[in-house]
Design a protein around this ligand. Structure first.
Ligand SMILES: Nc1ncnc2c1ncn2[C@@H]1O[C@H](COP(=O)(O)OP(=O)(O)OP(=O)(O)O)[C@@H](O)[C@H]1O
Length: 501
């Protein structure tokens, strides 16, 4: 562990920071510093304390002990606004975009441009239009932010933070919903800002991304700093070692089901389906397969899942399920037909925040885990223990999900759908925010479900994830998906990316 350098201009540091919510501290005397013109990657397993460290630097949480040093001087940051006044801008893991407000209103929240006593809407809209164009976000300043896709909302939040022009920029998993080209653009921007003197911290679970962008790497484990080193001295294997505590065995992820993409019976036959961004999707999906759906954000692949689960209306086309016409109506009806849906908006639809980890895990299979009107507590506990061990959910199982770190919340939602054993499981960004160890486990579980006969449709912004889990891949481009799908054995990242653009 390093000691904090004091008196250094342009630095922002944690010095001996402790944070406890209940009795046990979740951050245990942590010290590291962000230096002018440098990018620091902050890494660690889910629940390691990374977000808590950023929240303390961003004024959103108060430390239970220790100091924050700004240019070497101790400061007290009691609110995010005070932190912003010190030049500290943050993109939080849980986005702060207010869906009912327009893009421009979100952009200038609490910092409206004024002309005399009036807000200057024209100037604000013009400013927003330029900022959006600079970062390639196709959105109308006057549209409601809630109408943007999760990826676009994430990009909007990043653009707003960049626009504030602070000396310190803290990014908590900014790329978790972005695709490859958006990530490249963001990382280029981060490097450019650092070259201009900004100090940047970026939390990420993508090790390649950390190595590509960082000058300096800090790894946290169970509330402590276990590595604080220059990027140049590190490889991806080193990072994985510090994060997980063991060297990864490259052969550990053996395939659990054969990847012959074709043959078998058609379970789901989708013809020219349309809804929103999805203009025409035709797919023929066999039982017991993992079908990867790849496209840039807004290309229609997530809408297809939403239609199948009855959360968005089908506007055209037809679906046959096991040979019978299927017209989705409501999630309840879709569940009854054997569908499950892990949404990419976990906060809105994924879990009941005040319920325990155990009860959330059985939420989609209550029939199997209740006796009369009560939960079968022993059965719930057993299932929760099994899933928590497999996915490394380290918090006590009686903890309410609200109190978990983002990645651990995602694991609970995934565990819920594994437990449900849906005949057709629809997964949108199944590993969003999940650490590298649990991500490999989620991929293995996806393959196991398929080997057991379930059918899975997986949308991911990461092409590597699609290639890792799929038997067959369909590419969405501008809302269109047609053809027979690419068998995994013939699929290649570069050509899939090219087809999606
Ligand atoms: N409001 C809270 N009350 C109680 N415990 C909390 C609260 N917020 C966070 N924690 C706990 O603090 C620990 C650290 O959480 P934190 O969000 O900082 O982890 P993280 O490293 O950012 O994880 P992830 O990669 O999943 O985002 C976790 O065990 C979490 O459950």
């Amino acid at each position: 562990m390093t000691t904090v350098s004091t008196g250094q201009a342009g630095s922002l540091a944690l010095s001996g920071i402790v944070k406890r919510y209940d009795s046990a501290p979740v951050v245990r005397g942590v010290s590291f510093s962000l230096r002018a013109g440098e990018v620091t990657a902050l890494l660690g397993h889910n629940g390691a304390g990374k977000s808590t460290a950023l929240k303390i630097l961003g004024g959103a949480e108060q430390p239970s002990g220790g100091h924050i040093l700004l240019d070497g001087e101790a400061v007290t940051l009691t609110t995010p606004r005070i932190a912003e006044a010190h030049g500290i801008a943050v993109v939080w893991q849980e986005l702060r975009i207010i869906e009912k407000l327009t893009v421009t209103q979100n952009f200038f929240l609490n910092r409206e441009k004024r002309r005399g006593p009036f807000t200057d809407r024209t100037a604000m809209n013009e400013h927003v239009r330029r900022a959006l164009a600079t970062y390639g976000l196709a959105a109308d300043p006057d549209m409601a932010a809630g109408a943007l896709s999760p990826a676009d909302r994430q990009m909007l939040e990043i653009i707003i933070a960049l626009d504030k022009g602070g000396r310190f920029l803290l990014l908590d998993e900014p790329t978790s919903a972005l695709n490859a080209s958006e990530i490249t653009r963001l990382l280029d921007t981060v490097r450019r800002l650092a070259a201009g003197g900004t100090s940047i911290a970026i939390v990420t679970h993508k090790l390649g991304e950390a190595l590509a962008v960082a000058d300096h790497v800090v790894v946290m484990k169970d509330g402590d700093v276990v590595l604080d080193a220059e990027r140049a001295d590190l490889s991806e294997a080193d990072l994985a070692y510090y994060i997980t505590g063991h060297r990864r065995d490259a052969t550990a992820l053996a395939e659990v089901s054969p990847r012959t993409a074709f043959g078998g019976t058609t379970l789901l036959d989708i013809r020219t389906l349309s809804s929103g961004n999805c203009r025409s999707a035709s797919l023929e999906i066999n039982a017991g397969r993992v079908v990867g759906l790849y496209g840039v954000a807004g290309a229609g692949q997530v809408e297809l899942l939403e239609v199948l689960f009855g959360v968005r209306p089908m506007q055209g086309g037809e679906i046959r399920l096991a040979g019978e016409p299927y017209v989705p109506t409501t999630p309840r009806a879709a569940l009854a037909k054997g569908f499950g849906f892990l949404t990419d908006d976990r906060k809105a639809n994924g879990f009941i925040p005040d319920m325990t980890i155990g009860k959330n895990i059985v939420l989609a299979s209550i029939d199997r885990f209740s006796r009369g009107i009560w939960f079968d507590d022993a059965a719930v506990a057993e299932q929760a223990r099994t899933m928590a061990a497999r996915l490394a959910i380290r918090s006590p199982l009686g903890t309410s999900v609200r109190r978990l770190s983002g990645g651990n919340q995602q694991k609970v939602i995934f565990a819920k759908w594994v437990t449900a054993r849906s005949r057709i499981l629809l997964l949108a960004e199944p590993t969003k925010g999940v650490d590298i160890g649990a991500k490999a486990e989620i991929h293995a579980l996806i393959r196991e479900l398929a080997a057991a006969g379930d059918t899975l449709l997986v949308c991911s912004s990461e092409i590597e994830e699609i290639l890792e889990v799929s038997d067959v891949i369909y590419v969405f481009r501008h809302g269109i998906c047609e053809g027979t799908g690419i068998p995994r054995a013939e699929a290649e990242a570069r050509s899939i990316l090219a087809q999606s653009l």
